[in-house]
Write a protein that binds this ligand. Structure first.
Ligand code: ADP
Ligand code: MG
Length: 434
């Protein structure tokens, strides 16, 4: 008789992802989104996958859900290699496409029809899931009659009704208002703590540091370009957690620090290239941040999480600004601190025209795309060029939407620096006579 019978029936390890690689085809070559991504999920864990927008979080989740295939590496679910969507793995998305012509009950049942469950059992299980997730009384309502929070509950019920072993969630609270999101998080954690759910493990994708610390037992930080797990942070607090607890705050700060430390140092050494993706960071926001950091009480050096809270910015809003200021040579970002460089301090002191001149120098020196646009315009008769001229070239390096965004970013900076003009009507760049 085997000694660890229960252990055999319920393996401790739910998921193992080893060195997974995945890219997407580009007109030339491929955009490598994930490379060397590895993680494991054990029974009883809520694990957070934290990373910046575009780092490949959703791609990794879709790989684990079996919706797309890796081009390298391995994914094992319950000890077996994954081949397509596995039974017992359910996914909750940011927003759900509910069937508008079906009631809440029918929408939840729909998740079971594909599994060939009898009508009677479907009804029973759907009612139980609806009850569990706090939707009782709304069984016969239609989606249009529900608030955003209630609709998201229907999404959760649809995931729970299949009695999943592994629940995958992709930013499930980010489309909800603050209070609704917190209620739903707390409800879900209560169900988890009471062990009312059949779920063995949860993997939740988020770009919100506080949410990750509030919910997870362990947080994995995904790097960008390409995405891989660059840090693993255990969260030692018991539920229910208090966001104002000093230890909670310290951990949030520490995670911010890790997220600013590694990738920037790495990327900074290389600098920007012509095909680098550029975040759409307005010159107003950069100037605002420089002024804030230069002024008292900071005097040129500030704690990023503190600045984020003061300016009501999230990770996704703050990191690109700090990073661009670093590339432009106006600041250094180190271990969660932002320090103004000499030019950064000068910028803060200068008036409008001097600022523009300084910004232009730094832009042309540090952002190859800006210098290239100026050079092309200079060589052209009439000193004009249509937007597509540059957009097509960028699409060799970037996805179409990233190319568009990158060009919009450089237009904003170039206009401010007055190194070229751009006409929105004709979608054309031009050079004033210099
Ligand atoms: P995240 O969820 O972390 O914001 P994603 O996984 O959605 O990131 O995307 C990572 C990168 O992969 C982005 O640059 C995105 O444009 C690209 N990408 C995602 N899906 C596709 C696809 N189907 N085709 C081409 N590029 C894609
Ligand atoms: Mg995503």
């Amino acid at each position: 008789m085997p000694m660890h019978n229960s252990a055999l029936n319920q393996p401790d390890e739910i998921l193992r992802v080893t060195n997974v690689r995945r890219g997407f085809k580009k007109s030339q070559g491929e955009l490598l989104v994930l490379d060397g991504a590895s993680l494991t999920l054990k029974s009883g864990e809520i694990v957070g996958l934290l990373g910046r927008s575009g780092s490949g979080k959703s791609t990794l989740l879709r790989l684990i859900a079996g919706l797309i295939e890796p081009s390298g590496g391995e994914i094992e679910y319950l000890g077996k290699p994954l081949t397509g969507p596995a039974e017992g793995v359910a996914m909750v998305f940011q927003t759900f496409a509910l069937f508008p012509w079906l009631t809440v009950l029918q929408n939840v049942e729909a998740g079971l029809e594909a599994l060939g469950v009898s009508a009677r059992e479907r009804r029973q299980r759907a009612l139980a899931a609806i009850d569990l997730i706090g939707l009782d009384g709304f069984e016969s309502a239609y989606p249009r009659e529900l608030s955003g929070g209630m609709r998201q509950r229907v999404g959760f019920a649809r995931a729970l009704v299949v009695n999943p072993t592994l629940l995958l969630m992709d930013e499930p609270f980010s489309a909800l208002d603050v209070l609704t999101a917190e209620t739903l998080r707390t409800d879900l954690l209560d169900l988890w703590s009471e062990k009312s759910l059949p779920i063995k493990a949860v993997l939740i994708v988020t770009h919100n540091v506080e949410e990750a610390v509030f919910m997870c037992d362990r947080i994995l930080v995904l790097s960008s370009n390409p995405g891989r797990v660059m840090a693993e942070i255990p969260v030692p607090f018991k539920h229910p957690r208090n966001r104002l607890d000093p230890a909670f705050r310290r951990l949030v700060d520490d995670i911010y620090a890790r997220m600013t430390a590694r990738p920037s140092a790495d990327a900074m050494r290389k600098g920007l290239t012509l095909g680098s993706w550029l975040p759409e960071v307005s010159t107003n926001l950069m100037a605002g941040l420089i002024e804030t950091v230069a002024a008292p009480p900071y005097g040129g050096k500030a704690d990023l999480p503190e600045i984020a809270r003061t300016l009501h910015l999230e990770v996704d809003d703050l990191f690109p600004v700090a990073e661009m200021m670093q590339y432009l040579g106006f600041a250094d970002v180190r271990e969660g601190d932002i320090l103004l460089t000499q030019p950064g301090k000068k910028f803060a002191e200068y008036g409008t025209q001097e600022r523009k001149k300084l910004f232009a120098e730094h832009l042309l020196r540090n952002v190859p795309l800006a210098a290239w646009i100026k050079r092309v315009l200079h060589e052209r008769p009439g000193r004009r060029a249509p937007r597509v001229r540059f957009e097509q070239e960028l699409e060799d390096f970037l996805s179409d939407s990233a190319a568009e965004q990158t060009l919009d970013a450089v237009i904003n900076w170039g206009r401010y620096a007055e190194i070229f003009s751009y006409d929105d009507q004709s979608e054309a760049f031009s050079l004033e006579d210099d």
